[in-house]
Ligand binder design. Structure first.
Ligand code: PEP
Length: 257
């Protein structure tokens, strides 16, 4: 059984006080939840402060990015080593905003994945096609490249430190969600790819999150799909009420017990 994960990507939002406020609401409300892994990814500047208040909670800490070298003359960058030092458990790697705005390539993303694992952290690797790629029939090839290159040279045993997030670019921050069927089709494809790359045990165990305008009113239908193991949530993770409802998705039709 794969433990579902609900992860909130705060992107470039929340001052320290706003972050505290959100965590203060989320922490007590999630204390009893032991069957969903809950993760928040604040901006770098508040990671340390948030780590202190998460100590007593059920919520794990993620960073939104890292640089692939541990230390050195890389002005303005933050490494996985330093993220480990402030208490992160996860690092989001290859988010489509980083691929698009900062021109991150699969090769660079693969280096980051290795640096995260070298620092003894876990990675949430994001993959996803643009609308053009979907409409031009390139979707499966694009996803195959992103996944295969992103996970290149990875030892099988380390795959338990990798979570994959399928985030169709056309659904991120647009209010346009992939239908549960569209998401399931891709998740099934990604799981088959992982099976080809790493074998059936790894593919059965690897968690596949969906991301792209996940909201309280669509999470239940998404989570009812057999290959969806959770969600990476942007906008709706900034409001405690919405994020809590997403964390408490209804499991009645899903594959989770
Ligand atoms: C994201 O940033 O990863 C994301 C999925 O954003 P949103 O939920 O706002 O579409």
């Amino acid at each position: 059984m794969r433990t579902p994960m609900i992860a909130g990507n705060w992107k470039l939002h929340k001052t320290k006080n706003e972050a505290f406020e959100l965590i203060r609401t989320l922490s007590p409300a999630t204390l009893e939840i032991d069957d969903v892994e809950i993760v928040v990814a604040p901006v770098f500047t508040v990671l340390d402060a948030v780590a202190q208040v998460l100590n007593e909670s059920n919520i794990k800490l993620a960073a939104q990015n890292c640089y692939p070298e541990p230390f050195g003359a890389f002005t303005g960058e933050v490494s996985a080593e330093l993220l480990k030092d402030v208490g992160c458990d996860y690092v989001i790697i290859g988010h489509s905003e980083r691929r698009k705005i900062f021109n991150e390539t699969d090769l660079f993303i693969n280096k980051k994945i290795h640096s995260v694992l070298d620092a003894d952290l876990k990675a949430i690797l994001c993959v996803g096609e643009t609308l053009d790629e979907r409409e031009n029939g390139q979707m499966f090839a694009v996803l195959k490249n992103q996944l295969t290159n992103g996970l290149a040279n990875l030892e099988h045993r380390l795959m338990d430190k990798i979570v994959i997030a399928y985030e169709p670019v056309w659904a991120i921050g647009t209010g346009r969600t992939a239908s549960p069927q569209q998401a399931q089709e891709i998740h099934f494809f990604l799981r088959s790819l992982i099976n080809d790359l790493f074998g059936p045990d790894v593919s059965e165990k690897t968690r596949l999150l969906y991301g792209g305008s996940v909201k309280p009113d669509n999470i239940d239908d998404l989570m009812a799909q057999p290959d969806l193991d959770g969600a990476l949530v942007g906008g709706a993770s900034l409001k405690s009420e919405d994020f809590l409802r997403i964390i408490k998705f209804k499991k009645s039709n899903s594959s989770f017990s």
